[in-house]
Design a protein around this ligand. Structure first.
Ligand code: ADP
Length: 487
């Protein structure tokens, strides 16, 4: 049976490899190819940042959008790095240096409400037939930056179904109510069933309330956010959507071509699940790269933004005990100055046991995955998490806190799972330095048992972390949302 071809307009404020600040870009960049295999044709609408407009091959104007949030704008279509794109070319909104959301000093752009409402409004107009010979069957909005599209559909009139995906509930897009008119929304939108959120305008809130369906990036995170404790102010609304059967979780995958230990040119030596022997050379190379004493206990790897979300302050608290228990550390990350300083100081104190690289470095990220024994992810909350998926594929046994997507993607090495041959890593309780240390110690004991460890590594490396299964779930969801909208 071949399902009919579905045209989806994906709306995202960043997309790998053109613009990336986090996992959202990875997902927006990887899903189109994965969905193509499911008969879903994805065109992605992105802001016309300089990096996007420069990358468009054969970009041409496909429609005018002016006036758009106080300036002239047009829609440019083309391909870039294998992606079908529509870009909102609005120089007054996007032609700037710095990042997609903030200037070079890290301060949010003062007109972010207008910048991303413009993106959502463009999507809404495309849904209404703005572009000749292109009418999407469904709009897939990512995060608060795109979430207002569901509000425009409701209050400006439109018929195209909208699915909104939450990649991180911590970022919600909250703005003063005075902007309502500027954003092109009527007073009638300012209600509890509309865009109103604690007296202001909530972009993500509107997307959650007004979309046909809401997804997030793991089933456990979907459960966690539909509660007062995990809902970050939106728990009640999310619980209501869940009760209607309109909230679910679909796990992220990783690009298994970019993350392929058998063909990874960034590594000292290739290896695979079938022949993991090359891992030893990568471990030795990692010791040399991070100045670690050779072959002296398990190596803990960390590749992470250094922020409170990631729980690395807890790790810093117990790092001396982990080192005393015989472990070494290779850490790559950047973020909060206090954490950067803390890990640097720890490395200065234990130069042969702790190696720290502050910064963003693709090559080092791959080499840590290929050479460390345990890959630690002690997040306080984690919508999905990608680093533990890379770790599974590269045989760095993940040690993770039991939250969100971490709980869904790592099978804890408890006696039953070990006996059943299903274990792929270690889970420990979240938000506790003691639980983290206990989890690591359990990992060290398993590591000392060579046969058990090899089995654990083999299970990890044969776990399916590709997009295939999740792309199928998205395609099924899109089709069922379409059926519901029609029926
Ligand atoms: P988040 O999106 O919350 O930062 P994820 O685990 O979902 O966390 O995705 C992070 C991605 O960024 C992964 O692909 C990871 O390898 C990469 N990454 C994070 N920090 C660094 C770094 N310092 N250098 C290189 N890659 C990094």
């Amino acid at each position: 049976m071949t399902a009919s071809r579905l045209r989806v307009l994906s709306v995202a404020s960043e997309i790998y490899p053109l613009v990336k600040t986090g996992g959202l870009a990875d997902v927006a960049g990887a899903l189109p190819a994965a969905l193509a295999a499911e008969g879903v044709q994805v065109v992605t609408l992105v802001p016309g940042y300089p990096a996007v407009l420069d990358a468009l091959e054969g970009g041409r104007e496909v429609a005018r959008l002016d006036p758009l949030m106080g300036g002239s704008a047009r829609l440019v279509g083309g391909r870039a790095r294998g992606l079908d794109l529509l870009a909102v070319d609005a120089p007054h909104l996007y032609a700037r240096g710095g990042g997609p959301y903030a200037d070079a000093s890290g301060a949010d752009w003062p007109d972010n409400a207008e910048r991303f409402a413009a993106l959502a409004l463009a999507a809404h107009r495309i849904g209404g037939g703005l572009v000749a010979r292109y009418r999407p069957d469904l709009i897939h909005a990512h995060d608060w930056q795109a979430a207002l599209v569901a509000a425009y559909r409701r209050f400006a009139g439109g018929a195209v179904p909208v699915v909104t995906t939450i990649h991180n509930l911590a970022f919600q897009g909250r703005y003063p109510r005075e902007l309502l008119g500027t954003l092109g929304l009527p007073e009638a939108a300012m209600t509890i069933d509309g865009v109103e959120y604690y007296g202001g305008i909530g972009f993500l809130k509107a997307g959650i309330a007004l979309s046909d369906h809401v997804t997030t990036v793991s089933p456990t995170y979907a459960d966690e956010i539909a509660t007062e404790a995990g809902g970050m102010g939106l728990g009640g609304l999310l619980a209501a959507r869940a009760a209607q059967g309109r909230l679910g979780g679909i796990l992220n995958g990783i690009d298994t071509t970019a993350w392929d230990p058998a063909a990874d040119t960034l590594l000292a030596r290739p290896f695979s699940a079938a022949d993991p022997s090359g891992r030893a050379a990568n471990r030795a190379a990692l010791e040399a790269e991070f100045g670690l004493e050779p072959d002296a206990g398990p190596i803990i790897g960390v590749v992470s933004r250094l922020t409170g979300q990631k729980g690395l302050d807890l790790f810093l608290d117990v790092l001396p005990q982990a080192v005393a228990a015989g472990a070494r550390l290779a850490l790559l990350g950047a973020g909060e100055p206090a954490l950067e300083h803390g890990f640097r100081a720890a490395a200065a104190q234990h130069p042969r046991r702790i190696g720290v690289a502050i910064g963003y470095d693709e090559g080092k990220a791959h080499r840590i995955q290929a050479g460390s024994d345990l890959l630690l992810v002690p997040s306080r909350f984690e919508p999905c998490g990608l680093t533990q998926l890379c770790a599974l594929r590269y045989g760095a046994v993940p040690a993770v806190s039991r939250v969100g997507g971490l709980a869904d993607t790592v099978v804890d090495a408890n006696p039953m799972a070990l006996a059943a041959g299903a274990a792929t890593g270690i889970q420990f309780g979240p938000d506790s330095a003691d639980a983290l240390l206990a989890g690591l110690r359990r990992g060290f004991r398993l590591h000392a048992d060579r046969a058990t460890w090899q089995r654990l590594q083999a299970n990890a490396m044969t776990t399916d972390v590709s997009w295939a299964r999740s792309a199928r779930l998205y395609a099924e969801l899109f089709r069922s949302v379409m059926r519901r909208a029609r029926g």
